[in-house]
Design a protein around this ligand. Structure first.
Ligand SMILES: [Zn+2]
Ligand SMILES: [Zn+2]
Length: 194
């Protein structure tokens, strides 16, 4: 996780001095500093900066988002929006829209169960077991919820951390997503005929 944090931290540092919108009406937060505790934000009229903890930021970076950690999601989206555009792609929107989705625990449980300890993208075994002896795989939505994808087992794969990161950030993430979608289609078809 530490190398993850170093990578994310350097991305977050690019936001220092910028304003990030808040979901509620409390006004934008100015990113004032990034250190190993997390990101420090101040808002107008409140001189004392408050931190968004590193743990929440890492969580949002690797797995999407949740209501409780909404501001970490906001910051991660700001990081992604600040990246230089890829050639032949439209530049990122300058406003950061934050939509936070509730994700069903039942879907995550069912997808991990279906994966049976193997990444549904690269087919390798989960890299480690968690403290409760469950193979560690992350659940990824093939069509992102932000793009109107459904939170269903047909739109989700269990992925190892490498594949999951590549699905989000890789140069060939679109190809990899389509590959994962076809593999999932075959798997679901085989299950329905079993
Ligand atoms: Zn994998
Ligand atoms: Zn994902």
């Amino acid at each position: 996780m530490d190398t993850d944090w170093q990578a994310l931290k350097s991305e977050l540092e690019k936001l220092i001095g910028t304003d990030v919108p808040a979901r509620n009406r409390s006004g934008p937060r100015r990113v004032v500093a990034v250190d190993d505790e997390g990101v420090w934000l101040s808002r107008r009229g409140k001189p004392q900066p408050k931190p968004v903890p590193r743990r929440d930021l890492l969580w949002a970076w690797t797995s999407g988002g949740s209501k409780q950690r909404s501001f970490s999601v906001t910051l991660i989206r700001a990081v992604l929006a600040a990246r230089p555009p890829r050639p032949h792609e439209p530049p990122p929107q300058t406003t950061v829209t934050v939509t936070v989705f509730e994700r069903s625990n039942a879907v995550r449980v069912a997808v991990r169960h279906r994966a049976a300890g193997r990444c549904e993208v690269c087919r390798k075994r989960a890299p480690f077991e968690t403290a409760d002896h469950v193979p560690f795989l992350e659940v990824h939505h093939l069509t992102w919820l932000a793009d109107g994808g459904l939170d269903t087992v047909e739109n989700a794969v269990a992925a190892c951390p490498n594949c999951h990161r590549e699905l989000h950030l890789g140069a060939s993430s679109k190809t990899l997503t389509e590959k994962a979608r076809r593999a999932l289609g075959r798997k679901l078809a085989a299950q329905s005929h079993a």
